[in-house]
Design a protein. Structure first.
Length: 398
């Protein structure tokens, strides 16, 4: 999906927010109809019936009639597709759209191609009932049949065209690479390279903590609280932009360099779920205090390093060349002799095999095992594959 930054005027900003409000209202109303279904009732109205109801509602309410019919109908179509995805098991259950969090709408058909290029840096797009809105030409505009206009929490408007870019062709070198994801090191390659996802700097982290403390002291609904939330959202948006840029560049480089890329078969969505509170056996009716806090730190590290989005973009660009390997004990298995034991992992960064004495970076050793497709099915010490007596050495990383 090709996304561009939009720069609407003050009047256009208000009109775009009205479109978002209408799309959100129609979505939530249709979602409420679908959520009220029970086994003892008839089926809820589908997309066609809801479009008829929308026509009646527009004839009754002037504020709804002032909006775009296309925007409101596409909200119904998006919900219909979300419900279909939920029943097929590919997506979660559709949720309510909230003000300030879900700001956006979709435009389809011939109106999606009404774009005029002003110069090499700027172009304008015709949004229904809004007018010509400027956007920055950061890349060539693709040919698309629809686009989506969104506003993030930092107050930035974006224009995203629904196109699927072609995959990157394989280099033809027959080279296989293993990719190990971590929290301290974002990604380690079997070639010895350690990749770090950029985040906020120390000064930005200190400012974020200061703003979060200020937010805790603000009164709800005050202007000071609104300004503080906007400042926090800008910092989070800056970190998100850096993470997305790193993911795009890293996935493109890996798809161009290697024919086959092997990764751990991890369910990131389940790994970052909030844990259930564990009861304290010493105090009746109380819960252990630190379990949720430690899990929240791990979840934050996983999301900050972009585990899921990196593999998703890699599968898009290296289509059919990404293989998933069983992650069982890849970090405890020696990549030289195959000995598996918990004692092999000296620390988070150092791996030392107790059988052959091989020393290396722990993440690189795991990446080598992933590249070879090695994994064990049980916690046990495996016999050495190769009998070697060598001096301990530390693998260098680029």
């Amino acid at each position: 999906m090709s996304r561009f930054r939009m720069y609407p005027t003050a009047a256009q900003n208000a009109a775009l927010l009205e479109h978002c409000k209408h799309a959100r209202f129609v979505w939530n109303l249709a979602l409420e109809q679908w959520s009220m279904w029970t086994r003892d009732k008839a089926s809820t109205p589908g997309y066609v019936e809801q479009c008829r109801q929308l026509t009646d509602a527009r004839a009754t309410f002037a504020w709804l009639r002032a909006g775009s019919t296309m925007v409101q109908q596409q909200a119904l179509r998006d919900l219909d597709q979300a419900i279909r995805n939920f029943y097929t098991g590919s997506h979660r259950r559709p949720t309510w759209r909230k003000t300030g969090r879900h700001e956006g709408f979709r435009v389809v058909g011939p109106q999606a191609s009404r774009i005029v290029k002003l110069n090499r840096k700027w172009a304008i797009v015709l949004v229904p009932k809004v007018g010509w809105v400027r956007f920055r030409l950061s890349r060539p505009v693709p040919e698309a049949k629809s686009y989506r206009v969104t506003k993030d929490r930092a107050g930035r408007w974006h224009l995203a065209f629904a196109v699927v870019p072609p995959p990157i062709p394989a280099p033809g070198t027959s080279e296989v690479a293993g990719l190990d994801r971590g929290v301290t090191v974002s990604a380690a390659l079997s070639t010895g390279e350690l990749l770090l996802c950029p985040g906020l700097s120390e000064r930005e982290e200190a400012r974020l903590k200061h703003l979060q403390r200020r937010l805790a002291r603000c009164h709800r609904g005050s202007s000071r609280r609104r300004r503080t939330k906007t400042a926090i959202a800008k910092l989070h948006a800056r970190a998100g932009d850096r993470r997305k840029d790193w993911v795009e560049k890293t996935s493109t480089e890996l798809a161009r360099r290697f024919d086959v890329i092997r990764i751990e078969d991890l369910r990131v969505g389940q790994m970052v779920r909030r844990p259930q509170p564990k009861p304290d056996p010493e105090r009746s009716g109380k819960y252990l205090p630190n379990r949720r806090r430690a899990k929240a730190g791990l979840n934050r590290g996983i999301l900050t390093n972009g585990w899921g989005v990196l593999i998703r973009r890699l599968e898009h660009k290296a289509l059919g060349r990404v293989e998933k390997v069983n992650p069982a004990y890849t970090s405890q298995t020696c990549s030289v002799c195959g000995h598996c034991a918990p004692e092999n992992r000296e620390s988070q960064a150092v791996f030392r095999c107790v059988a052959c004495g091989y020393r290396a970076n722990a993440d690189v050793n795991a990446a080598v095992n992933i590249a070879a497709g090695r994994a064990v099915s049980a916690r046990r010490e495996t016999p050495a594959w190769i009998s070697l007596k060598r001096e301990p050495q530390l693998a260098t990383s680029a």
